[in-house]
Ligand binder design. Structure first.
Ligand SMILES: *[C@@H]1O[C@H](CO)[C@@H](O)[C@H](O)[C@H]1NC(C)=O
Ligand SMILES: *[C@@H]1O[C@H](CO)[C@@H](O)[C@H](O)[C@H]1NC(C)=O
Ligand SMILES: *[C@@H]1O[C@H](CO)[C@@H](O)[C@H](O)[C@H]1NC(C)=O
Ligand SMILES: *[C@@H]1O[C@H](CO)[C@@H](O)[C@H](O)[C@H]1NC(C)=O
Ligand SMILES: *[C@@H]1O[C@H](CO)[C@@H](O)[C@H](O)[C@H]1NC(C)=O
Ligand SMILES: *[C@@H]1O[C@H](CO)[C@@H](O)[C@H](O)[C@H]1NC(C)=O
Length: 392
């Protein structure tokens, strides 16, 4: 009996350490006053929060002298965000790993690439182990120039976060290009360019587009069914009344900004642009490890990727059309299958635990930057560890 409080306290401490594992880039850089400008702009551009939310990340920091070159360019805060996000690699590179790159050169995806704002290879950083032990860094869209070299390591928490000093800002014409402010983002253009043409066409042909546009400034999350899905739905869509069509489209927008991390930590009902009363035209967000699904009582759709994530606007791709129960019949006899589905999904996601995915082996792999990248394996393992502790 006497041991009970001690036991409880240790469990609490263990749980607490699971809950507070997250790194804090602002706090890490605050220990190094010569990086105060870089640190300040990570906060101003909201990149600090995005860095903290990631579980595997490398930050290439530039000191105050190096930052003055960048500030002299007088970029808008949006362009500044793109440039700085090019300095955040979505993979782990400690000082040691820099010198152990296969073939002495590698490409790493960055947060600039992950936002969907970069085209082609512009979001990738070339890391090259140069002669004389130097390591060079350059943007892929910079004619093979490596603008910066590795200076020193500021902080390394293996496979979680590495903060490295590099000599100069990495130049990239694309990242520095004048960027539209979120309210000027053309939602339909983004969709057209990134594989959501069919949904964009439906929006433009309906009154729903205006409602989407009007909501961007205040925060908007769009779930865009992929083109093949929409095409297969054409006959059913035609069958809807004009009002029904509009409600169906509005049902794919949520009038608040929901980052992937927020979706993953937020199970429950979500209002949509179509919601016109209590419990009307809403759906339920369910997440299981890394998988986020949207349940409408008629269908369950899965989030399969991100087209753009630039607060206050985020657009995700989904694998099914969200059919509201107000317009479509609920799936018959769905209850037994439904009750089983979370377990089935959990079984699926446990595949990610397989030992073949050794985080130590992480090399710059383009695929991981698209969609959910390297967080997946690490995240699942850590989640299982934390859940495991609950049952000690
Ligand atoms: C890395 O992060 C995980 C949680 O994401 C945490 O459990 C672990 O302790 C961290 N590693 C180190 C060395 O701090
Ligand atoms: C990170 O650290 C800074 C400075 O210590 C603090 O102001 C901020 O609230 C912290 N952020 C988080 C998410 O803990
Ligand atoms: C790079 O390394 C891989 C094995 O690590 C090898 O198969 C490949 O031929 C090398 N490429 C070049 C250009 O040296
Ligand atoms: C990186 O840049 C160097 C120098 O321009 C080039 O030789 C190398 O092939 C590039 N590496 C990759 C992986 O593109
Ligand atoms: C957005 O793009 C579409 C098609 O690319 C165009 O028709 C429309 O005028 C644009 N809207 C704005 C506000 O620029
Ligand atoms: C269209 O609606 C009619 C009448 O409600 C129905 O019989 C028909 O099956 C519907 N067609 C499609 C493709 O859903």
């Amino acid at each position: 009996m006497q041991h009970f409080p001690v036991f409880t306290v240790s469990i609490l401490l263990l749980l607490l350490s699971c809950a507070t594992h997250a790194h804090n880039i602002t706090r890490i850089l605050a220990k190094h006053p010569e990086f105060s400008t870089f640190n300040h702009y990570l906060t101003v551009t909201h990149l600090a929060g995005e860095i903290n939310r990631r579980q595997t990340i490398t930050v290439l920091a530039v000191d105050n002298a190096g930052m003055s070159d960048l500030l002299a360019k007088r970029l808008s805060v949006y362009a500044l965000k793109n440039v700085l996000s090019l300095h955040v690699l979505v993979d782990y590179f400690g000082a040691k790993k820099l010198h152990q790159i296969n073939n002495r050169t590698a490409l790493s995806a960055t947060m600039f690439q992950a936002t969907g704002a970069a085209s082609g290879t512009a979001g990738f950083i070339n890391i090259t182990d140069l002669k004389g032990g130097k390591v060079g860094f350059g943007s892929e869209d910079n004619n093979g120039n490596l603008d910066a070299v590795f200076v020193k390591s500021l902080e390394e928490v293996p496979y979680n976060i590495s903060v490295l000093q590099i000599s100069h800002i990495i130049n990239s014409a694309e990242a520095e290009a004048p960027t539209a402010e979120p309210s000027q983002l053309n939602l339909t253009t983004i969709m057209l360019k990134q594989g959501c043409k069919a949904f964009a066409d439906l929006l433009m042909a309906s009154g729903a587009k205006k409602t989407f546009d009007q909501n961007i400034d205040g925060g908007l999350t769009v779930f865009c069914p992929s083109d093949d899905v929409i095409n297969g739905f054409a006959a059913k869509y035609k069958n809807l009344t004009a009002k029904g069509k509009e409600a169906l489209l509005l049902y794919h927008g949520v009038p608040v900004y929901q980052s992937m991390q927020m979706l993953k930590s937020n199970n429950g009902a979500m209002n949509t642009l179509a919601t016109d009363g209590a419990n009307k035209y809403d759906f339920t967000v369910q997440n299981d490890g890394e998988e986020v699904t949207l349940e409408t009582k008629v269908v369950t759709a899965r989030v399969t990727g991100t087209l753009i994530d630039e607060e206050p606007l985020v657009v995700y791709k989904i694998n099914k059309i969200l059919l509201p129960r107000e317009l479509f019949k609920a799936a018959p006899a769905a209850s037994p299958a439904k009750a089983a589905s979370p377990k089935a999904a959990a079984a699926d996601s446990s595949e990610a635990d397989s030992p073949e995915s050794d985080p130590a082996d992480q090399t710059a792999d383009q695929n991981r930057a698209i969609g959910f990248d390297g967080e997946k394996v690490v995240g699942t393992v850590l989640l299982s560890l934390c859940l495991g502790l609950l049952f000690v």
